[in-house]
Design a protein around this ligand. Structure first.
Ligand SMILES: Nc1ncnc2c1ncn2[C@@H]1O[C@H](COP(=O)(O)OP(=O)(O)OP(=O)(O)O)[C@@H](O)[C@H]1O
Ligand SMILES: [Mg+2]
Length: 155
């Protein structure tokens, strides 16, 4: 059997507040095979965001473990988050072109001279326009802002 992209084993996350313990994620295990799409579905408040925050390293598990599989074909695993609320996750003072360029530059995904073209291509791929690079997040609709976040995760 091939190594999964991600294995999560018996993962739990508890929050303690006002003397009470909330078990937001309770003993969750699953594997995501390489090259597949995985949907985590459940009612509001069941722990999806908490689980994904732990997987992304934004929070720590109370118990259990998780592991990303070995790199394939020399490529590095690159996991990107697209947050639930794009108005909270995009900096309102940054033009969207700069917001999309930042992870590309930070992770050295393109030569500096190619970053502008890559940003425009990503915007077009999510159904926006190359000229939108100069706009600020508040100039977009909610759905368009979410597409900006998707373009930003495209890197
Ligand atoms: N920092 C925290 N402190 C205390 N409780 C929390 C914290 N974060 C989440 N919770 C609780 O953990 C539970 C799971 O929350 P979570 O945000 O993971 O749900 P979700 O499945 O993403 O919901 P939704 O579909 O509404 O986004 C909820 O009961 C929530 O109140
Ligand atoms: Mg959520």
């Amino acid at each position: 059997m091939s190594i999964p992209y991600l294995s999560v084993k018996n993962l739990s996350r508890e929050f303690k507040a006002q003397g009470r313990t909330v078990r937001a994620v309770d003993n969750v295990s699953f594997e995501i095979p390489v090259g597949t799409t995985f949907s985590l579905v459940g009612e509001s408040g069941c722990g999806k965001t908490t689980l994904v925050r732990v997987i992304a390293g934004l929070d720590k598990a109370s118990a259990g473990s998780m592991q990303f599989g070995a790199p394939l074909d020399g490529r590095v695993h690159r996991t990107q988050m697209i947050f639930q609320d794009p108005y909270a996750s995009l900096n309102p003072r940054w033009r969207v072109g700069d917001a999309i360029a930042e992870p590309i530059t930070f992770q050295h995904l393109r030569l500096p001279t190619d970053v502008k073209q890559r940003v425009e291509d990503l915007l077009v791929r999510v159904g926006l326009a190359a000229a939108d690079t100069a706009k600020f997040p508040h100039e977009f609709s909610g759905g368009q802002r979410q597409r900006v976040s998707i373009a930003r995760a495209g890197g």
